[in-house]
Design a protein around this ligand. Structure first.
Ligand code: HEM
Length: 141
């Protein structure tokens, strides 16, 4: 079970980074380019949100496998690679999902195109940076 979840979580992360990058750049271009907010923009924001929520669910399942929880045994805070996997990565990814969800729901409440793009540009950029900051890059790639 652990290895299936780990492979799924690892593979899904490529898709997530790609979609989130596209959705974020699209929102920034839409905002600064003063574009009209259309169906394509809405779909990109929604797909970014869904893909990230799916990753959250896989991550939670992975977190509670005995193989991962076993890392708590003898764990010390000074052990930074394990601290990343047990604490920093999960916590920061949950914060990123919250930022995306807030941005998505705020953009829906805005009426004008520029306001919609603004909310998405701010919150999706923040979320994307949070994700990039706490991925276990060295063990992943
Ligand atoms: C939502 C955005 C997330 C992204 C983009 C992401 C991405 C990744 C990546 C790329 C890895 C390395 C996989 C590998 O070494 O093959 C990883 C590992 C891990 N992630 Fe996430 N993750 C996310 C959310 C979460 C959440 C919310 C949790 C738990 C609550 C979580 C728990 C874990 C754990 C426990 C590992 C270590 C797996 C292992 O080596 O045993 N992740 N994650």
């Amino acid at each position: 079970m652990y290895s299936i979840l780990k492979s799924a979580h690892s593979g899904w992360a490529y898709l997530l980074l790609l979609i989130l990058a596209i959705a974020t750049i699209n929102a920034i271009i839409g905002y600064f380019g003063k574009k009209e907010f259309g169906n394509k923009d809405f779909s990109l924001a929604l797909v970014g949100l869904i893909v990230t929520h799916i990753q959250l669910l896989i991550g939670l399942a992975l977190y509670f496998t005995p193989e991962n929880l076993g890392r708590w045994e003898g764990f010390e805070m000074s052990n930074s690679p394990i601290r990343l996997l047990l604490i920093e990565h999960p916590l920061m990814m949950i914060i990123a999902v919250a930022l995306l969800t807030i941005g998505y729901s705020k953009h829906k409440k805005k009426i004008v195109s520029n306001g919609k793009f603004k909310m998405l540009a701010i919150f999706y950029t923040l979320a994307f940076l949070v994700v990039l900051s706490r991925l276990p890059w060295s063990q992943w790639l």
